[in-house]
Design a protein around this ligand. Sequence first.
Ligand code: FES
Length: 571
Amino acid sequence: MTKDRRSKGWYGKLDRDGFIHRSWMKNQGFPDHAFDGRPVIGICNTWSELTPCNHGLRTLAEGVKRGVWEAGGFPVEFPAMSLGETQMKPTAMLFRNLLAMDVEESIRANPLDGVVLLGGCDKTTPGQLMGAASVDLPSIVVSSGPMLNGKFRGQDIGSGTDVWKFSEAVRAGEMTLQDFMAAEAGMSRSAGVCMTMGTASTMASLVEAMGMSLPTNAALPAVDARRMALAHLTGRRIVEMVEEDLKPSDILTRAAFENAILANAAVGGSTNAVVHLLALAGRVGIDLSLDDFEIGSDIPLLVNCMPSGKYLMEDFAYAGGMPVVLSELRAAGHLRPATTVLGGDIAAFTEGAECYNAEVIRPFADPVKPAAGLRVLRGNLAPDGAIVKPSAATDALLEHEGPAFVFENIEDMKANIDRDDLEVTADTILVLKGCGPKGYPGMPEVGNMPIPARLIRQGLRDMIRVSDARMSGTAFGTVILHVAPEAQAGGPLALVKTGDRIRVSASRGVLELLVDPAELDARRAAWAPDPPRYARGYAKLYADHVMQADRGADLDFLTGKDIRPVTRESH
Ligand code: FES
């Protein structure tokens, strides 16, 4: 035995307990020297055939193992709940916190000294990070990587972004159903996550900007052999991180979160990054608030990827990926000094970074769009805030006043949005209630509700939409999201009626309901929440304890961390 490692509490014992811990592991063929005091590295894998974006992780886990053995560690792979964004109902977001609990308890209960987190699809990355941060053992991320560019009839098509476009084209009568169906296989033609700058690639990009993965992890295509090499190198590095005792709490500092916010603006990242960063900050005790996201509002859009731009993640990787973006932020004086998994400053991630395609990654001085960061809106309709993504919105709609058309819940919206007699015009502001963390429950990605059929037929492709929901990171439009408090929690959103006037000003950060306060008081007196949808199980636990969007929608009893050693044995 060498160092006094955490795993020594299992494998270093020469008694009955030690026998049990070692002997049963030996049934997998591990030799004696696997238990000689070397660092035990958990490989937390969200591989699942029900999470197609993560199906390549089984192979990458083998790459990590090569690196761990090579560096003198003992790799042990274990599964964590996998969250397939495109498969789970009512929404994968309902289960992000359950994955975080699974990861946290799996790490804590087992003889691990460090962890490699293998995730990719939207909720898997934040869920794993949140869980790992609450145990605070040395941890590092390897992401699935994006799919190759989608292809349909000779054109590049992007995950999600072109689904929304095609489905609106079908509704407008501009695309046949046969063509729509024919695009399916070409859109998703390799292993990997959505190849737009959706939530998965956004979170991988922010993980890299926070220094929680090796450089280039975010953008390398899933099937690029260099990703396997990166997994191998990550396996080597985690063993060193254990020796150095380099933990998430050393890396996930306020500066790291600020770098993530700045990077989110520069890549045109997903609105979902807001709830995930807020929740992660809550785990590591960083007092991050919605207002902190304003530091990104003046950062220009550098990465020309869908949904805010026109290229895809494969192009982003070949143009140089995140090291180039971080280099541009650094040269412009924005990148904060912060420690990374390499042990030094984040500036090291930018060394040698070179842009190979200035159309895809634009220089700071000649961006795709100026001032692209998310805007936080407040007012009597969102006392605790709401957000909008200007880079994916229609500029003219970002300053607007118009009448509300209200849908009380998702069923109301789906049943009526295409009615020919729907009283809406291009000026109307669509309002959707009941889609927040408690209300749905789980805060689904339905905030980018479809444009009403009668307006789509007139050629309209965007209008203001306001809700307590989220939207897919691949989506676009003038969509105001995460209104807090949500309707089900008694937020003013619950009181809006069709015909009320709403004022939006992204430049002034305003979201106002122009209704007399006495009238709102009367409506509040007559309001009651919907009865809970779940009487038992995890969904009830979630609805009873979930915090609002401005707190990251984590469960109230999961904030913070618990790093006490587990001393009791099971036998
Ligand atoms: Fe899994 Fe987009 S659906 S990454």
